[in-house]
Design a binder for this molecule. Structure first.
Ligand SMILES: Cc1cc2nc3c(=O)[nH]c(=O)nc-3n(C[C@H](O)[C@H](O)[C@H](O)COP(=O)(O)O)c2cc1C
Length: 153
């Protein structure tokens, strides 16, 4: 059964990682799009995001909240935003039934790795199996990613 690679990306780095994972695993890509996109201005976006994360807000999704079906392995990816996943990922986790599924988190970051993302996945998805996953900076190499996937899948 093909994995599904679900991701949110603001500036494209996590999208590239998601596309590489899909290429290597022959998985199906699913991009999460909030109905209301974040500001193009980085500083305004940081303010918007901080407020949403502090409130635990789940922005409604325009795309990506469809049921998962038979896939057993779901890669879920996000940029590290203030040490956790982006709010659209929280919306996905709360909307779509992931009970019994294996979740492999992935993220891109500016130096903070996963932050507290793995704990947050475990809290949101109590009935899923959360694997260790992979956190990479934007300058990761395709070979490094492939080696990790070959070893961990
Ligand atoms: C609102 C915001 C908050 C961020 N917070 C963090 C952080 O806490 N730790 C970190 O390492 N990087 C942080 N970053 C950097 C991003 O995680 C990093 O640039 C990521 O690769 C961007 O992925 P994207 O292009 O898919 O959006 C933040 C970026 C933004 C826009």
């Amino acid at each position: 059964m093909k994995p599904i690679i679900v991701y949110y990306s603001y500036s494209g780095i996590t999208r590239r990682l998601a596309e590489d994972i899909a290429l290597i695993t022959d998985g199906d890509l699913r991009e999460l799009q909030p109905q209301q996109p974040y500001s193009f201005s980085y500083n305004t976006a940081v303010k918007e995001v901080r407020e949403e994360i502090e409130k635990g807000y789940c922005p409604p999704l325009m795309r990506g909240a469809e049921a998962i079906g038979n896939a057993e392995v779901i890669f879920v990816g996000s940029p590290n935003w203030l040490k956790t996943f982006a709010p659209p990922v929280r919306s996905f986790l709360r909307t779509v039934d992931l009970d019994g599924k294996t979740i492999i988190p992935f993220c891109t970051h500016g130096g903070g790795g996963f932050g507290r993302m793995i704990e947050d996945y475990k809290r949101e998805c109590e009935h899923s199996i959360i694997k260790d996953g992979i956190a990479l900076k934007g300058d990761y190499s395709f070979d490094e990613l492939k080696a990790w996937l070959d070893h961990n899948l």
